[in-house]
Ligand binder design. Structure first.
Ligand code: ZN
Length: 303
């Protein structure tokens, strides 16, 4: 997906964790890992033992101080910057997602959209959900309503996880995490049991719904505009939509398990299979409604 080179993407939408920021508060002890996984919503599932989660030291006493030691992306000015540099692409994507949900959420759910935080970090970050390393992949922390992402993940997505790469694959990742914020606003996240696993579990339904919301945005993104009326994005080509589908397949639980352990265990799934993730992205893309994305309303064999 290509950004309109004239779109205004300036401002302070995305923060970047500064070098001096305190990280690694570890008070949680043995129970820490479980705590953080329950609190955050990630892009990745798979088998936790096979992805390096050793850096997770969750704690409910994280010294989280929003704004402390953070910088904004002041040198991201227009869509041309977004096409060239990944950090600017993140800021432009957030602006387009904001514009989309600012109209869609009131229209379809009758509630105003509240801006989620969006923070880029390198290696590790301290959040209201505890400290995390890049190894966990991009995630959303409900208590501080913030999306956290290390852009080095995109190289892993196409390397380690085998996605074909390309900007729309990256944008899908961001849109998925914003999808969790929408679920948080709608109360879906609190209403479901996120502790179960398996292809039809609530945990998987929640993740597939975030994929569906990402598809909704891709469909509507071309209509999102800056303050001057310039569209943020050009319409996606079929080839670009394939990039998003490839990324969705790459982070499917079955694909991750097969890649890292050689063994697919559906009963441990937390995010859904490659096919499920692609299907729900396509549902959101084709239908464009929150109702069509109600993954909790369908029976297990339709999931
Ligand atoms: Zn997720």
């Amino acid at each position: 997906m290509t950004f309109n080179k004239d779109a205004d993407i300036s401002g302070n939408r995305v923060r970047r964790a500064g070098a001096g920021r305190a990280t690694g508060v570890a008070v949680g002890g043995v129970g820490g890992i479980g705590l953080l996984i329950l609190l955050v919503v990630q892009l990745l599932g798979g088998n936790a033992q096979d992805i390096d989660l050793s850096g997770l030291t969750g704690t409910n006493q994280a010294e989280y101080a929003p704004g402390e030691g953070e910088e904004s992306l002041v040198d991201c000015l227009d869509g041309a910057d977004a096409n060239e540099r990944v950090e600017c692409r993140m800021q432009a994507t957030a602006l387009s997602l904001d514009a989309f949900w600012e109209t869609t959420l009131p229209d379809q759910a009758g509630i105003p959209y509240e801006l989620p935080g969006f923070e880029l970090f390198t290696a590790q970050v301290s959040t209201a959900c505890g400290a995390a390393t890049s190894a966990v992949g991009p995630f959303y922390c409900p208590p501080d309503r913030t999306v956290y992402l290390d852009t080095s993940f995109f190289a892993e997505l196409s390397g380690k996880f085998g996605a074909e790469g390309g900007p729309l694959g990256e944008l899908y990742v961001v849109a998925h995490e914003f999808g969790h914020h929408i679920q948080n606003q709608l109360g879906t996240m609190d209403a479901v049991n996120r502790t179960g696993t398996g292809p039809t579990s609530d945990a998987v339904r929640l993740e597939l719904q975030a994929d569906c919301y990402a598809g909704m945005w891709v469909r509507g993104a071309v209509e999102t505009k800056d303050a001057n009326g310039n569209s943020y994005l050009l319409a996606p080509t079929q080839q670009e939509v394939e990039q998003a589908l490839s990324a969705a397949a790459a982070v499917g639980d079955d694909h991750i398990q097969e890649t890292f352990s050689g063994q697919v265990q559906p009963d441990t799934w937390t995010h859904g299979s490659s096919v499920q993730r692609q299907n729900w992205f396509v549902t959101g893309y084709n239908e464009g409604t929150l109702t069509a994305c109600d993954t909790f309303a369908v029976s297990g064999d339709q999931l």
